[in-house]
Structures are given as C-alpha cells and as structure tokens.
Design a protein. Sequence first.
Length: 347
Amino acid sequence: MIAHNRVLITESDIEVSSKTLSTGWVAQGNCVSFLEQSFNEMFNDGDSCAVSSGTAAIYLVLKMLGVNHGEKVSVPSFSCSALLNAVNLLGANPIPIDVKEDDFTICAGSLNKLAPDSKAIIAVHCFGASADISSLKKNNRIIIEDCCQSLGGPQGNDGDASIYSFYATKIITGGQGGLVWSSNQKLIDKIRDYREFDCREKYIPRFNFQMTDIQAAIISNQFDRLNKIRKRRREIRDQYISSINNYLYQGWKLQKGLDEEGLLPYRFIMIAPDKKERDILKSKLFKNDITSIVPIEKYELLHRYLGLPIENYPVSEKLSDTCLSLPLYPALKNDEVNYICKVLSSV
Ligand SMILES: *Cc1c(COP(=O)(O)O)cnc(C)c1O
C-alpha cells in the first residue's frame, strides 16, 4: 500500500542528530539560534523565534500583538482545528470564514459579511496556494500568514508575522516544532522573552515554548535541502498533471495556484464534479493499493465544530465533499509515482 504521506529522514539527518546528542547539549541552544538565522537569511530581513509548535507560534503572535479576551480572530473554515485551539487558549473569539472555491484560501467577501470587525486574521496559504493578503488588510487588522503548508514558496513577507510548523507531515520536520518570523523586531523580542522562564531577575508569568537543539539540528539539515525538496515535489506534481486528462475532460479541476511558478506544492488536490465521483476515484485508488485522503472531512470544518449555521459556509461544505488529496512527498520512489500515474490514466 502506498501511504498518503511518509517522512523522509536521510542518513545525514541521522548524522546531525547523533552529532548534536554527542555534544551533550540537547535543550535549546546554538542549533536553535542557527535555525532562526537561516529564516532571517531566507527573508533577507527581520527576525525569527523558534518555538515548540505551529499552534504555539500562532498563540504567541496573537498574544504579543495585543489580541485580548473576547476579541474576534477570523480563521478560514476549511482548515485545521489548531487555529481554533490557538485562539481559544488566548480567550479570544475565533470566527470561521468561508473560503474561495478556486484556491481554498480565506474569502474577503465572506469576511466582510461574517466578521468585518475582526481584530486579527489568520490567513492560511492552503496546501501551498497563496491567500490574498492585500485584500484582507483593512482597518488596522492584524494579519498572520500561516505558512505551515507553504515553506519554500514565495509567501510570508506580507503580513504582521508569518508562522511555520515542523510537525512530521509538513514540508520539513523535526518531529514537532514551530517558528515565528516577523519584520517587527519588538514582536519577536516579546515572543522570545515569553518562550523561556529560567534565570530571570524579576518574575512575570511566562511559559515554556522552547524547541530542543536535537529538533533544530534535524530541521536545519532539512532546510538546507529545501531546493531539492521543492524540485522533487514539483516533479511529482507535473507527472500527475500529465496523467489526469481523463478527469479534467470530465469536469474535474485542480486547486488553483499549485501549478504556478514559484509555489511549493504541498498537497496534490483534485476537485471532483460531485461527491459520488470523488468517492469512486478514492476507492479505485484504494483497490490499487494507493492511499488518498479527504483533506478536510465535513465534521472537521471549523464552523461545524463551533455549531455555526452551515448556510454561511457553502464553499467549505462543497470542498469537503469534492476534494481528494493524492500522495505527494519526496519519499515517494520513481516507480511508485509512475505506478500512481498509470492508475490515474487508466479508465
Ligand atoms: C500543521 C498546521 C498547523 C499547526 O501546526 P502544529 O505544529 O501541528 O501545531 C497550523 N496551521 C496549519 C495550516 C497547519 O497545516
């Protein structure tokens, strides 16, 4: 069975982690600083703070930019519940917003209807496709670019801060981990101060949001091969695209943006004309030992979790019925990709 996702740990990942272990320094230290430096260099600007997870990164940005109890934070409904958790931990009020049908990113029109008075917006670059940040910037709203699925793409430079995750299924991983990047030095300083509690002269409440050097060493090693990862993901995407003409003629579509120059394809999402067609392809792949997944099931939609009126989220509802995600990851072998293409192109 070909898995929907498989992590790629190379010999050199193993080497750097055992090297780090043998130094005797395993907690947050030089490797974490080095990882932060790499992000600053990627952006040629700003500063970063590595933290324990992507969810922690969102929480810290909202908290340190002054989002208070009860204030509204808009999130795309077609997204993962980590967003709700970060907002809820802060005691703020998460408002799910419907997404755009073509690229699945948060819809400015739905935002204006459901929560025009949001204090902050978490704009997810969904599966690698760019959210339209400029259409969301209004009335001093705080914009967090959620780049958990788009590291290696062109995004991250247009909001108040961008956040990353290094969880096992992401583009690069250390098992767990997260990072905030911002051109706002004060914000990063505040987050860095809050992240650790030891050896302080004065007590104020802080927490432990640290990444370990073991994680950071592995993540940095993978960051170094980002070009290779990007290239491999694009190759697989291109092979799939040239194998699905059958489907495209029958009204299937691809998520908009993922075939654009410069973007990093995180998931290969096919959109069926209806649920029945989607489920037929899913079971055809399964019968041929290929795992595909519904990226966000209906019950996972954030407005459903919160019991909000379904009629305000027609696009998210439809996408959870029609989307299918195929295996797309650098650990896929050539013969596996060829085999998947063969199954896709056979009628
Ligand atoms: C994975 C993910 C997160 C959460 O990151 P964790 O490191 O798992 O906490 C948040 N937003 C998006 C879009 C993600 O894909």
